[in-house]
Design a protein around this ligand. Structure first.
Ligand code: NAI
Length: 329
């Protein structure tokens, strides 16, 4: 049996970077056949149809079928995995509330369509921003689907954090472990090095040897660099992160389906862990066990880290209040 994967916004930039890697087996491995459903809005259909033609020309042996549609009932039909990439970007003069409302108008109906048409084991990864609150809106609209099946992508933030540590410490990327992202996929996110290791040694010790004052380095360099990396990419490249975002989405889904030994980061629903209000979709350190994310428990959080986590979680709670105030939750 093939896995059916729905990609919304498939005619966009990240969609284009995702499709061919999924078809090549990067997400589910070399033995799993895939059926792709490319869901777009009418304006994006031609771009998605063009990508579908190129998928044919890729002659991928794992690719069983591709369907292009602007109808969510068709797009989510039988989906085992859904990658919700298409979102409304912030337009000129748009306030935060307008952005949340516009996206609630997308992710609410998509959540409902998932509940009605997707496979009973559906697992949803929201990439489109504001990713955490979009995931919350979709989960709330998906009657009968456990909220644990809705996640927001924060793996790109974790990858960025690990890459910065590897560069600073001049060590290979795989030597850097346990760098969770807490909170929102936004500028308030908290990339946390307090549990991180480099070749088994605490990262904080190794950073201290390199830069001296670890706290100052975190506050003035590391955290802003990671949290504002998206803006840096736009400034240098002239366009937002695409291939690295697609890569992170592939790693997120791969780990969710196939499991992880080590911690990673994902926006998952809170049951009150670490004081995060219940129901918010917040990034946590997680492991994937038997096809489900588990929040790593029992970590010590000092006051400085606690304040950072709280600031980001407060932003998430405010986003939830805004959407509630609009009557869209
Ligand atoms: P893009 O503008 O190139 O593509 C978005 C596509 O979504 C367009 O083809 C558009 O027609 C489609 N779309 C819009 N509304 C839709 C709907 N209701 N149903 C189906 N399709 C719809 O944008 P790009 O670069 O692909 O980025 C997509 C999203 O990913 C953006 O919201 C961006 O902010 C977010 N992003 C998230 C990251 C993360 O780490 N969570 C990292 C990078 C980007």
């Amino acid at each position: 049996m093939a896995t059916t994967i729905t990609i919304t916004g498939a005619g966009g930039q990240i969609g284009y970077a995702l499709l061919f890697r999924i078809a090549a087996g990067d997400m589910l491995g070399p033995d799993e056949k895939v059926r792709l459903r490319l869901l777009e809005i009418p304006q994006g259909l031609d771009a998605a149809a063009g990508a579908a033609l190129e998928l044919q020309d890729g002659a991928f042996s794992l690719l069983e079928h591709v369907e292009v549609t602007d109808d969510p009932t068709v797009g989510f039909d039988g989906a085992n995995l859904a990658l919700l990439v298409g979102a409304r970007p912030r337009g000129p003069g748009m306030e935060r509330g307008d952005l949340l409302a516009a996206n609630a108008g997308i992710f609410g109906p998509q959540g409902a369509a998932i509940a009605e048409h997707a496979a009973s084991d559906v697992r949803v990864t929201v990439v489109g921003n504001p990713a955490n609150t979009n995931a919350l809106i979709a989960a709330s609209a998906a009657d009968g689907v456990p909220a644990e099946r809705f996640t927001a992508l924060t793996r790109l933030d974790e990858n960025r954090a690990r890459a910065q540590l590897a560069l600073t410490l001049e060590r290979p990327i795989d030597s850097i472990r346990r760098v969770p992202i807490w909170g929102n996929h936004s500028a308030t996110q908290f990339p946390d090095i307090s549990h991180a290791t480099v070749d088994g040694v605490p990262v904080a010790e190794a950073i201290h040897e390199k830069v001296g004052d670890v706290r100052a380095w975190q506050e003035q360099q590391f955290i802003p660099r990671v949290a504002k990396r998206g803006a840096e990419i736009i400034a240098v490249r002239g366009s937002s992160s695409v291939a690295s975002a697609a890569n992170a989405a592939i790693e997120h889904v791969r780990d969710w389906v196939r499991g992880t030994e080590e911690w990673t980061s994902a926006g998952v629903v809170s049951h009150g862990e670490y004081g995060v209000p219940e129901g918010l979709i917040s990034s946590f350190p997680v492991r994937s066990v038997d096809g489900a994310w588990q929040i790593v428990d029992g970590l010590e959080i000092d006051d400085w880290a606690r304040a950072r986590i709280n600031a980001s979680v407060t932003e998430l709670a405010e986003e939830r209040e805004t959407v509630r105030g609009l009557g869209m939750l």
